[in-house]
Design a binder for this molecule. Structure first.
Ligand SMILES: *[C@@H]1O[C@H](CO)[C@@H](O)[C@H](O)[C@H]1NC(C)=O
Ligand SMILES: *[C@@H]1O[C@H](CO)[C@@H](O)[C@H](O)[C@H]1NC(C)=O
Ligand SMILES: *[C@@H]1O[C@H](CO)[C@@H](O)[C@H](O)[C@H]1NC(C)=O
Ligand SMILES: *[C@@H]1O[C@H](CO)[C@@H](O)[C@H](O)[C@H]1NC(C)=O
Length: 401
């Protein structure tokens, strides 16, 4: 009892001390976001304390929270929902109940969560995918993949690719009544990074008979080789995803080596032989003037550590590293970026790279948007900006798929 009271007291004190959080003035629903940011910050602080005490790892604690938020496959009056497996990979399929004479459109959705957390079962993703199926009268497939730190690159990518490959077979498309010429791959955050990599693969691999018609990337994370972009500097103390935390989680995708985390925080994690790759993420040429002004381009320090684990220089981790001849094969693309987001510049640079090679890109930038807004669409963490992003995404899909 005494211990519980002490913990509660400590939590309240921490919460209060974090209340003095400074948010940009233009943030919509200011007090809701303050509450959200304060809770996230307090939780992260406590999680780190508990990790230092050796009780449980921070990422295990967060995983437990994500699992509390999982939903069952519940059908409703419009959509039949079921969990199954595609090539051994868990998926949730949403099938509209309305009668249809023609084959339907399909959306494959890959969820975010920094490669460590989350599932299509989480309430936010389930509600988004159900909404998509209902609004577009389309088949939707939510894809799960094995997570870090138990599994490292390329497991996450391979799981997503295997599920997509399975779905794109003639007999499977026919079974679900899908039009092979009208398929989209979508995702958010790290899931959008995976969606980007999978789309690059499907469009260029002659083993795929059916290609993707369009891709939709919602605040995508698209590279790890430069960790000091203007958006990293501006969002060092970001609302949902501060820089230190983002780097800690993203590094778990590749390795458990703690020295890598420290090196990445100092932007000196890449080997000498990666020099030629920096042209693909050179923000001094790829970011629009508006986002780079006030910042001075400095090249990362190379060769200080010589880390060599798989994935470090791989386009399946950093799809921004794909060369122009590969990018030319990509389908019409929707990219949504948020101003208050550490990965903002990844998305902005991909817009430039794709436009430079003539790929048709629709870009929406949310001036007062925050990272992971789509995960806050269900009570009690309901943010209006999440609904706005959802509606922009659905409206683009409806016109283009
Ligand atoms: C089913 O679709 C109708 C018409 O679009 C809508 O009004 C209703 O809310 C939907 N039901 C659910 C459970 O989403
Ligand atoms: C990045 O672009 C700047 C010009 O804006 C150039 O001076 C620099 O050498 C480039 N660096 C790389 C690694 O491409
Ligand atoms: C890393 O490799 C480069 C050459 O590839 C070498 O010059 C440098 O000394 C190495 N650094 C370390 C820390 O081993
Ligand atoms: C572009 O990248 C692809 C795949 O990574 C590679 O096969 C191809 O040779 C590269 N093309 C050029 C011109 O470098």
């Amino acid at each position: 009892m005494g211990f519980k009271a002490l913990c509660l007291g400590l939590f309240c004190a921490l919460f209060a001390s974090h209340l003095y959080i400074s948010l940009p003035d233009d943030i919509e629903e200011y007090w809701k976001v303050v509450a959200l940011a304060t809770t996230a910050k307090t939780f992260t602080f406590m999680g780190m304390c508990i990790e230092h005490m050796g009780i449980i790892k921070y990422e295990e604690l967060v995983s437990m929270l994500f699992r509390l938020d999982e939903t069952q496959p519940v059908s409703d009056e419009n959509v039949t929902v079921m969990d199954t497996e595609f090539a051994g990979v868990p998926v949730r399929v949403y099938l509209p109940k309305r009668k249809s004479d023609a084959p339907r459109r399909a959306v494959i959705y890959i969820h975010g969560g920094a490669f460590c957390f989350g599932s299509f079962k989480n309430a936010g993703f389930d509600s988004l995918n159900r909404w998509t199926a209902n609004k577009l009268d389309s088949i939707v497939v939510g894809v799960d993949y094995r997570l870090a730190p138990q599994h490292h690159f390329p497991v996450q990518f391979e799981d997503c690719l295997a599920a997509v490959k399975f779905f794109l077979q003639d007999e499977i498309l026919e079974k679900y009544g899908v039009d092979p010429a009208r398929i989209c791959i979508s995702g958010d955050s790290s899931g959008a990074g995976l969606a980007t990599g999978v789309t690059q693969q499907v469009q260029t691999d002659t083993g795929f008979k059916h290609k993707i018609k369009i891709q939709a990337l919602l605040y995508p994370a698209l590279q790890i080789i430069d960790s000091y972009l203007p958006s990293h500097q501006e969002n060092e103390h970001g609302i949902i995803l501060p820089r230190d935390l983002a780097i800690k989680l993203v590094s778990l995708h590749l390795t458990k080596d703690e020295t890598f985390v420290e090196a990445m925080r100092r932007n000196e994690h890449m080997p000498q032989e990666s020099r030629h790759l920096f042209q693909f993420v050179n923000w001094s040429t790829l970011l629009p003037e508006k986002y780079r002004k006030g910042y001075v381009y400095t090249e990362p320090i190379l060769g200080k550590h010589n880390f060599s684990f798989p994935g470090l220089m791989d386009i399946r981790v950093s799809p921004l590293l794909a060369n122009d001849s590969l990018l030319q094969n990509l389908p019409p693309t929707y990219i949504l970026t948020c101003q208050y987001d550490i990965v903002r510049d990844d998305g902005l640079m991909y817009v430039s790279r794709l436009q430079n090679v003539g790929v048709q890109v629709t870009h929406d930038h949310i001036e007062n948007g925050i990272h992971a807004a789509l995960s806050f669409m269900t009570p009690p963490l309901y943010l209006h900006v999440g609904l706005r992003i959802r509606d922009m995404y659905i409206s683009w899909l409806d016109k283009n798929l």
